[in-house]
Ligand binder design. Structure first.
Ligand code: IPE
Ligand code: IPE
Ligand code: MG
Length: 224
């Protein structure tokens, strides 16, 4: 059975779920938060050490302002109301992506990271204003600036995921088969599962089914 250390998730399908069930995309984003809670719990139960959640991409700024504002309000309220409990559960929160939001939100994100920095049960990497191409370009620029040799080890040092092992498993919900600029370097050898269900409909049972399949997959890494 494969060890499972790091799960990454593209939480897709909120907007469609909201439109279908409540005639509002934003209602789907709100419903999606329940799935986040369920998945966090199940990740701990499965003794998985890293969970990376794609919450907002560098491309998502192209959405209507009303939706973008709603998403960031939702995040702000979530952190304000949940960070103490996450901390109690020994969860470490790390933001990957560029923190160039409002001063208030930047402060809240930094404070949430700081508060949980010593926790060791589960590390949640929240990808916010994250884009893999930007991340890679930035790493190459830093290497050049610091006159470092270009090799795998040095590139990884300058990625936002430095010190985080690569995901073993990537799940994308929402019935779409693409990576949408997520962890292009880090997913080089991950097992990828595309799930038809929309994110708010994704259950613990669905999650565990994928984990089970993952554990029984033969991972070759080029060998036979
Ligand atoms: C994913 O759900 C969440 C974010 C991108 C913030 P979507 O909002 O992309 O949902 P669909 O794909 O439009 O249904
Ligand atoms: C990917 O979903 C980003 C997140 C889940 C945060 P999108 O819905 O933005 O992806 P595309 O645009 O359909 O590829
Ligand atoms: Mg989508």
């Amino acid at each position: 059975m494969n060890p499972l250390n790091h799960v990454a998730i593209i939480m897709d399908g909120n907007g469609r779920w909201g439109l279908k069930n409540k005639n509002s995309r934003n209602a789907g984003h709100k419903a999606g938060l329940n799935t986040v809670e369920k998945v966090i719990k199940e990740t701990i139960k499965n003794k998985i050490k890293f969970l990376t959640l794609y919450a907002f991409s560098t491309e998502n700024w192209k959405r209507p302002k009303k939706e973008v504002n709603f998403l960031f309000n939702l995040l702000e309220n979530f952190l304000k109301s949940r960070i103490d409990d996450l901390n109690k559960k020994k969860i470490k929160l790390k933001i990957i992506g560029v923190k160039n939001f409002s001063k208030n939100l930047n402060n809240l994100l930094n404070a949430s990271e700081k508060k949980t920095v010593k926790n060791k049960k589960l590390q949640i990497n929240l990808a916010l204003n994250y884009g893999s191409k930007f991340e890679l370009l930035n790493a190459f620029k830093e290497l050049k600036k610091n006159r470092k040799t270009i090799n795998e080890k040095n590139i990884e040092k300058y990625l936002q995921t430095t010190n985080i092992p690569d995901p073993d498993l990537l799940i994308r919900t929402g019935n779409t088969k693409r990576l949408s600029n997520f962890l292009l370097w880090q997913l080089a050898y991950s097992e990828i599962f595309f799930e038809k269900k929309l994110w708010p409909d994704f259950t613990e049972k669905d999650y565990n089914k994928i984990i089970k399949k993952f554990k029984n997959t033969k991972r070759n890494y080029g060998r036979i």
